[in-house]
Design a protein around this ligand. Structure first.
Ligand code: GDD
Ligand code: MN
Length: 373
């Protein structure tokens, strides 16, 4: 393969020189590939580009693009990717930080993932064997993990580390990336989420492998807070743009349908026509709702998932999950009964809270247990 390692730089004069030497050693270990390094420098005032130019005399596979100024990491990467695809005709490119936080040896492991047939390989800090600097403050660790989980659940991303900065992409998948004029939703780090989401929706084969993120002197800064807000915003924006594709919303719709059916069976067959005793109508309607929920969710909400268990087991698991949410609702209302007098609004609050919690527990159960990946 012809591979371009793309490194955006802003004031990395202190780190970049040693990085080239380290990379040369790594590339030598995989001579079957044709290696390039593409530096996209934000016209760094510390003279990063001069160091790169000096190194280019030693390593002819380095390419240097100097931007007009600091435009943000996202447009820098887009420039590097387009250069890799259009000028170098690369078969794959790697996103790599120029500050020494990524280990060049991981590049080889990412390329092996592409070689094994995947189109997108992510160096993940949150799978077994991966890690973040233990020096990081607790709140920063929590923020980073929570951010990934939030994006993962809301956008249904098939990965644990949604914002990792180290990844390899096959050129065949690049056509799904927003590399055109004005397509980027963020100029900052949140672009990673946009790229990952685009590839996920295109059905590209993605694999995560563990990496250990190294420590760097600078700690979380003002711009890091900006990045967090930016990532939350981008995640919501992309979710709204593709609301109809949202699995959770489909589960809610299906649940609503079941609820209406149960109410109709109780109200019409049970109360109005008196064909079934109302207390029996509740049970029959309830089971009807569970079954209709099962079949509709299996078809519409989780139709994309491969079935890990036989039919009987799926339907049994589904019943257990449903039972769990009924128990949750019962516990809440029962608790409210103890603390509030009869007819108190708290009972309604408990009912609503029970519905919401029950829905969440249902969704989690379906997602991880009934139709697990
Ligand atoms: N050309 C250019 N323009 N390069 C930039 C710019 C810019 O505006 N901003 C940052 N860079 C370069 C840096 O010089 C560095 O080589 C690389 O982009 C990553 O920037 P860092 O400042 O090291 O990012 P970080 O350590 O906060 O974030 C890393 O971890 C995040 C997840 O925790 C990156 O890997 C992110 O991509 C990742 O999301
Ligand atoms: Mn960094």
């Amino acid at each position: 393969m012809r591979i371009a390692v793309i490194i955006p730089t802003y004031n990395e004069a202190g780190a970049i020189g040693a990085l080239f030497d380290e990379m040369a050693g790594v590339f030598a270990e995989a001579p079957q590939h044709e290696w390039y390094v593409v530096i996209v420098d934000a016209n760094s005032p510390d003279g990063t580009a001069d160091i790169v130019r000096a190194k280019m005399l030693q390593y002819p596979n380095i390419r240097l693009i100097v931007e007009t100024g600091k435009r943000g990491i996202a447009p820098a990467y887009v420039t590097g990717m387009r250069y890799a695809l259009e000028e170098l005709h690369a078969d794959a490119f790697v996103e790599f930080d120029g500050d020494g936080q990524h280990d060049p040896k991981d590049i080889i492991r990412l390329i092996e993932v592409l070689d094994s047939g995947h189109e997108y390989a992510i160096g993940s800090r949150y799978v077994a064997g991966g890690g973040i600097p233990k020096e990081w403050a607790t709140y920063r660790k929590i923020l980073s993990r929570f951010g990934s989980l939030y994006a993962r659940l809301l956008l249904d991303l098939p990965v644990y580390d949604a914002t990792s900065g180290l990844k390899a992409t096959r050129a065949s998948a690049a056509k799904y990336l927003p590399l055109g004029e004005g397509e980027l939703l963020s100029k900052q780090y949140a672009y990673k989420l946009q790229f990952l989401y685009a590839l996920t929706r295109a059905g590209v084969s993605i694999k995560e492998i563990p990496i250990v993120f190294r420590i760097r002197e600078h700690d979380i800064s003002k711009s890091a807070w900006y990045d967090i807000v930016e990532s939350l915003r981008l995640t919501l924006l992309m979710r709204l743009q593709t609301l109809y594709e949202w699995r959770f919303l489909r589960v809610v719709g299906v649940g609503l349908f079941g609820f209406i059916c149960q109410t109709l069976i109780f109200g019409i067959l049970g109360v109005r026509l008196g064909i079934i005793r109302p207390s029996n109508a509740i049970l029959i309607g309830g089971e009807f709702a569970i079954l209709s929920n099962f079949f509709l969710n299996e078809r519409f909400s989780f139709g994309d998932r491969q079935k890990s268990f036989p039919f009987v087991q799926r339907i049994a698991r589904f019943h257990l999950v449903s039972l769990g949410s009924i128990v949750i609702q019962w516990v809440l209302v029962r608790t409210a009964e103890f603390v509030a007098p009869a007819n108190h609004p708290l009972l309604w609050a408990a009912y609503i809270a029970g519905l919401a919690l029950g829905l969440l527990s249902n969704y989690t159960g379906y997602y991880f247990w009934v139709w697990q990946k």
